[in-house]
Design a protein around this ligand. Structure first.
Ligand code: C2E
Ligand code: CA
Ligand code: CA
Length: 761
């Protein structure tokens, strides 16, 4: 018997030691486990003390065993208190041990330690158990104090657990009750053996079991009911509808949103599958784990649902049921659709935006290879005027008008969109394209919002898709190229991309690659056209570019300048022309110090270089007075970054350069713009009068422009003067300078020099 119990105690000590280590290691995750480690460690000395008593046959050893036991129990109480505080700690309450308890424990320990002197707590009595001496203790009042102290603490702790089991919300009760029950069971066991005074004290088994139970319940055990309750609460509080099915696909439970969705009452869950089918159509109840997106209703009442069916298995093979969750994601879906719409559509017109248009055309051409399609580039001539002269809102109105005009004639086989600004793009089957009716409707295209009425010139460039895998942007480039051939044509509205244009495009590419070489080889040279004053004297010249092409002969600027203006290479031509002009001027330094040369500046120059810096450096390099290099800009220069451009021009003027506004009258030449333009000379384009039927009116306009510019302190120069009559008329109108074929055509520099030389004689 003694041996059996010894073995049990040894096993308990080993087990408790292992728990101490485990509890200590889990400490990082759980603060309670640290107190469990201490408690299990504290339980070892009393058990060890009992073990010593059990195996010893000597009074001294037995005495050591009893002291270890009794003193150890005080430590156990301390550890129990610590554990109770940690275990019962909640967010709102934090218990602490009254100081009197520590004093009582301390006093008890002290009186126990004094027992060897006063023998007031216990003495030993020898008896024989299983043929060997065994020392049991005889208790005196000191031992009674010891028991009162320890039992009071134990009862106090049990009271706390009892209180917690009652006070805490139902779902948490189990957590405390389970510890309380283990304490009660162990307490009864313990007391029974302590007070029964059987020769061998078995109470320690209870203590060891207590250590094991605490370790398990505090660290590893998660109360099942608590979990159940939490899960159930979570499921019923979820915003989505939930339906639980048993393995036979019978609906056994639904949460409130589920009941509302199907309009069923508690206890009528059987109806769920039928109702679900009525709303969502046939559902695959037999299949497990699927997710479906269902759309119910349409228009404003549309609803989007995500249905998610999951099977629940208790282990790998047996299925314990399944659940279906239904989430209403209408608002997310609408937001997503809105975002998608915004990303693919133009906000003003509601048409596809450029990216979407290109993507859709690409897709359509890929899918339908049997149809011959046209790519149509739609452009409004001088749309900027609409915004400038009227208002941005009328501009927007106009764009919507055009969008609706395009939309109206489109079949489902067409793809169309706004490419940006006043440019639209269409893909249309060749057989659906009706040029006659389009020409008719464009011949008098008037937009009116009730107050304003404005006629528009809309041009269409058409490219027949021959190879469907060509880049869509290249197709539109070709359509645009066709369009650009009729840009200044007020009668034709549709132009087709053809072989001639293709050749031209090739040629443009060809000359682009040759330009640098041509400049370095002096193939590109300035021609000078004289500018005369009102007495007929040549006062300066305009430098105009000519290309002496080795294969194609003499090229006029019209055959290369517009293309270079588009692709930016104009910058190279202009830099070369400005330098050439400076070279000539520095050579003239000896001949005529007053003679000036006007050079052209393209709007693109402002994008690709620091125009001011470039020109400033040139005159400095050649030592020329700035006023001798005149600068011609067109009003298109002022179309963008107007403030920045005004600043540059003003800086140039303050350095002494003379700025001329070229081609006044050929564009839309707002007089308003003139007020803000920092220019010294107005170059009036004679061509703009040519078209007019009423020459009387035209002359009035001309006279007024000249006198207006005079009033503004701007000098006037008329270009394109071809006849003597024109010259005299303009001179009568007080125009200051003249340029035109009547005086001379542009000519090579040496010819020009001879020309003025002759004049001087
Ligand atoms: P622009 O600046 O308006 O130049 C005047 C154009 O009118 C020149 O054509 C000139 O030959 C032409 N012209 C002169 N007098 C008369 C006339 O009495 N009647 C008619 N019908 N035409 C006359 P050109 O040299 O063919 O130049 C055409 C355009 O090319 C120029 O128009 C200018 O915009 C551009 N350009 C020429 N050279 C350069 C250059 O070096 N740089 C830049 N950026 N553009 C240039
Ligand atoms: Ca010019
Ligand atoms: Ca001009």
């Amino acid at each position: 018997m003694r041996l059996t119990f010894s073995m049990i105690y040894v096993a308990m000590i080993v087990l408790l030691s292992v728990f101490v280590v485990i509890a200590h290691r889990t400490n990082k995750r759980n603060t309670v486990s640290n107190s469990v480690a201490w408690l299990d460690a504290a339980l070892i000395p009393p058990i060890l003390g009992n073990l010593i008593v059990l195996i010893s046959s000597s009074p001294v050893l037995s005495a050591i065993g009893f002291y270890t036991y009794f003193l150890g129990m005080d430590v156990v109480m301390l550890a129990m208190l610590n554990f109770t505080v940690k275990y019962c700690k909640t967010k709102n309450s934090h218990h602490c041990v009254p100081i009197a308890v520590y004093i009582a424990l301390g006093a008890d320990t002290l009186q126990m330690l004094l027992n060897p002197i006063f023998h007031h707590a216990f003495t030993l009595e020898e008896i024989v158990v299983e043929g060997r001496s065994y020392y049991r203790f005889i208790a005196y009042w000191g031992q009674t104090i010891h028991r009162v102290v320890d039992y009071s603490i134990l009862l106090g702790i049990m009271a706390i657990f009892l209180l917690m089991s009652i006070k805490m919300p139902r779902v948490y009760r189990e957590k405390y009750a389970i510890i309380l029950v283990s304490m009660v069971v162990v307490g009864i066991w313990q007391s029974f053996y302590i007070f029964s005074r059987t020769p061998i004290d078995r109470s320690m088994i209870g203590l060891g079991v207590f250590g094991i139970l605490i370790f398990y319940f505090a660290i590893f055990y998660r109360p099942l009911r608590l979990l159940d309750n939490l899960l159930a609460k979570m499921a019923s509080d979820m915003p989505q509808a939930l339906f639980f099915f048993d393995p036979n696909k019978k609906c056994i439970w639904a949460n409130d949103p589920g009941k509302t969705l199907l309009d069923i009452r508690e206890g009528f869950f059987d109806l769920a599958p039928q109702k679900l089918r009525e709303i969502f159509g046939e559902l695959e109840f037999d299949k497990e784990n699927w997710v479906k997106h269902k759309v119910i209703g349409s228009g404003e009442n549309v609803k989007h649902y995500i249905l998610d069916m999951r099977s629940v298995s208790s282990d790998k093979n047996t299925r314990s049921g399944s659940f279906l969750s239904i989430r209403d994601n209408t608002s997310e879906q609408l937001l997503l659709e809105r975002e998608k719409y915004n990303a693919t559509h133009d906000t003003l017109t509601g048409l596809y935006n450029r990216e979407m248009l290109f993507r859709s055309i690409h897709k359509k051409l890929k899918e339908d290879r049997d149809t011959v399609y046209y790519i149509v580039f739609v452009d409004v001539k001088n749309f900027k005027i609409v915004n400038d002269i009227f208002s941005n809102s009328f501009g927007d109105f106009t764009l919507k008008h055009i969008a609706n005009w395009i939309r109206a004639d489109m079949s489902p086989r067409c793809v169309y969109g706004r490419m940006g600004g006043d440019k639209f793009g269409v893909l249309i089957p060749k057989e659906e394209f009706e040029p006659d009716s389009i020409e008719r409707s464009l011949s008098n295209y008037v937009v009116t919002d009730g107050n304003i009425e404005h006629g528009l010139f809309i041009h269409l460039g058409v490219y027949e898709v021959t190879k469907t895998d060509t880049d869509v942007s290249v197709m539109f480039d070709r359509a645009h190229l066709a369009l650009s051939t009729i840009k200044d044509d007020y009668k034709t509205h549709i132009a087709y991309y053809d072989d001639e244009l293709r050749e031209k495009a090739k040629w443009n590419q060809h000359i682009s690659t040759q330009l640098q070489h041509a400049i370095s080889q002096k193939q590109v040279v300035p021609y000078l056209q004289p500018i005369v004053d009102d007495s007929g004297k040549v006062v300066g010249a305009e430098a105009l570019a000519r290309w002496n092409h080795p294969d194609r002969g003499f090229l006029s600027p019209a055959s290369f300048i517009p293309y270079f203006e588009k692709n930016g290479l104009i910058v190279e031509v202009d830099k070369h022309m400005w330098r050439s002009a400076c070279e000539i001027l520095s050579r003239w330094e000896q001949i005529d110090k007053e003679m000036f040369i006007s050079v052209n500046i393209s709007p693109k120059d402002f994008y690709f270089m620091d125009v001011k810096e470039e020109i400033h450096n040139l005159v400095e390099e050649y030592g020329i007075e700035p006023k001798r290099l005149r600068i011609e800009i067109t009003e298109t220069v002022m179309m963008n970054d107007i403030d920045e451009r005004i600043k540059i021009l003003n800086e140039l003027r303050s350095e002494g350069f003379i700025v001329e506004m070229d081609d006044f009258g050929s564009g839309y030449s707002s007089l308003n713009l003139l007020k803000d333009m920092p220019v010294d000379v107005l170059k009036i384009d004679m061509k703009f009068l040519g078209r007019s039927q009423d020459s009387g009116k035209a002359q009035t306009i001309l006279r007024n422009i000249i006198s207006l510019s005079d009033d503004l302190g701007i000098s006037s120069l008329t270009e394109g003067v071809e006849t003597k009559d024109q010259y005299h008329m303009l001179a009568d109108m007080k125009c200051k300078m003249f340029q035109g074929y009547y005086f001379a055509k542009p000519m090579p520099v040496d010819q020009f020099e001879t020309f003025i030389h002759k004049q001087a004689q």
